[in-house]
Design a protein around this ligand. Structure first.
Ligand code: AMP
Length: 472
């Protein structure tokens, strides 16, 4: 069985030793909803057995009925929210994965993507392993179950020393919760306290919601075991230079979270200030693409002295599915989400700030929308460098073929999105704004410098810019 293409940016949450464990996990997942909207699940432990509830859809929909929590008893629970995927939107792929093996039951939630998953899976299958899902996460369970080591921690170390790639993990057994982060520390993971309970979450915004205290981040390469006797930290994996994902700052994490030692909002605002230094445009107003471009647009406005305005209003109630009209309304997708404020834009020279351009479709639609609302000039300024390389470590960036900047010049992209000018933040500017501290960052999606190897792929064809959609 082939594994799915990497596309698993997710959120994880767990709590140990709290009387409302599954309820608080639900709230934690609620706060992490931005990290995955396709599916979610919770597994709880009552000290003897594990209990699971999972489903496709948003946290509030899957756990919308209070009765569900009666089926998730116990003082410990872990949960997972899963990002949209293609071709694998099936319940069997929803996490946490829960299995029974010779030593009891275990459940796992995973954020990230393993880069040597297919090879290990082929080997395991050759030895007779049968996989139930198409998720790379299941490999860790198989390695753990087949390990010759004795204690769970040694088995886990055995398993993790065989996999490479990005993983922030949470395990739950009948009696313990274990958190682990890969040695590069690609994805965030933090530790908190709520009374006598321990909490682990992808982002600190989940701790805030349940009023837990932030203790610290789980370190790259660290395994934290939480049992009835307390918490123990281990560093059994081979040490390497950490390189957390810089795109978490640019787009993925919530602005109110602190990840990799920094507040995301402050970093984004600084990205905007740096952008204004690099791409100063003569304009009347600066507007963000909500919500992702808001902090950067505020920073840009502050630094440039150009007025900040909310020129595009977002409908916050747009679900993932809506019925598209047949022919009559084009570009419905962006229109249902964003509407321009004509009174603000009419006759103005407008700077539009967004965090990134992936395929270019969003920018193209937005530029047209702002111009149609009467703007005299539309300048697109992006608070990150061109996204020219796919991510193999868990962010859902498409393959090179679909990345507009992989095969087009700045001028070609500008013409495609129909902007009067286009500017991206430089790589140096990005690093300057984020501040390197004592660690580097993974910025492979911008630079192509991948910190760890990934499976070789066939060379992609170039993206065809002026395709059917572009011609509309
Ligand atoms: P595109 O239309 O493909 O150029 O998409 C660009 C938009 O997608 C920007 O407004 C970003 O905020 C957003 N974006 C960037 N990276 C991702 C991602 N990995 N998943 C979902 N949206 C993204």
């Amino acid at each position: 069985m082939k594994l799915n293409r990497p596309h698993e940016e997710c959120g994880i949450f767990g709590i140990y030793n709290h009387q409302e464990a599954s309820n608080l996990t639900y709230l934690g997942l609620y706060a992490l909803q931005h990290r995955g909207q396709e599916a979610c699940g919770i597994v709880s432990s009552d000290g003897h057995d594990l209990h699971a509830h999972k489903g496709m859809g948003l946290v509030a929909d899957v756990f919308g009925n209070q009765e569900i929590f009666k089926k998730l008893p116990g003082r410990s629970a872990i949960g997972h929210v899963r990002y949209s995927t293609t071709g694998s939107s099936v319940l069997k792929n929803v996490q946490p994965i829960m299995v029974n093996y010779s030593r009891g039951s275990i459940a796992v939630s995973h954020n990230g993507n393993l880069v040597n998953a297919q090879r290990i899976k082929d080997e395991l299958e050759a030895w007779g392993s049968i996989f139930q899902t198409t998720m790379d996460t299941e490999i860790i369970i198989h390695l753990l179950a087949t390990s010759k080591a004795n204690s769970l921690l040694d088995r886990l170390t055995d398993a993790l020393s065989q996999v490479t790639g990005a993983y922030s993990l949470l395990f739950l057994t009948e009696s313990r919760m274990i958190a682990a982060r890969d040695p590069q520390g690609f994805r965030p993971l933090c530790l908190g306290r709520l009374g006598s309970a321990y909490v682990v979450a992808s982002e600190s915004c989940a701790l805030d919601l349940i009023e837990a205290t932030f203790i610290r981040e789980i370190e790259p390469g660290e395994i934290v075991e939480i049992t009835a006797s307390g918490m123990t930290s281990y560093f059994p994996l081979k040490k390497t230079t950490p390189c957390p994902c810089i795109f978490e700052f640019v787009y993925f994490a919530r602005p109110d979270s602190c990840i990799f030692g920094k507040n995301v909002y402050s970093v984004r605002k600084e990205l905007g200030r740096q952008l204004a230094r690099e791409h100063r445009v003569e304009a009347d107003i600066v507007i963000p693409v909500p919500d992702s471009g808001v902090p950067a647009a505020m920073g840009y406005a502050e630094e440039s002295g150009i007025n900040f305005e909310l020129g595009l209003i977002r409908n916050h109630y747009v679900g993932r599915t809506f019925i598209e009209p047949q022919q009559s309304i084009r570009h419905f997708g962006v229109k249902i989400k964003l509407n321009p404020v004509r009174e603000l834009l009419e006759g103005k020279r407008v700077v539009v700030i967004d965090d990134s351009i992936v395929r270019g479709t969003t920018s193209r639609k937005i530029v047209k929308m702002v111009r149609n609302a009467g703007a005299r000039e539309v300048h697109m300024v992006i608070s990150s460098p061109p996204t020219s390389y796919p991510c193999y470590y868990g962010i859902d960036t498409p393959n090179r073929k679909e990345l507009i900047s992989a095969s087009h010049t700045l001028e070609e992209i500008r013409r495609y999105i129909t902007a009067d000018s286009l500017g991206y933040l430089s790589e140096e500017g990005l690093l300057k704004a984020v501040g390197t501290g004592n660690t580097g960052y993974c910025k492979a999606c911008f630079s192509g410098a991948y910190p760890i190897g990934f499976p070789s792929t066939k060379p992609d064809n170039q993206m065809e810019l002026f395709d059917k959609e572009a011609a509309q």
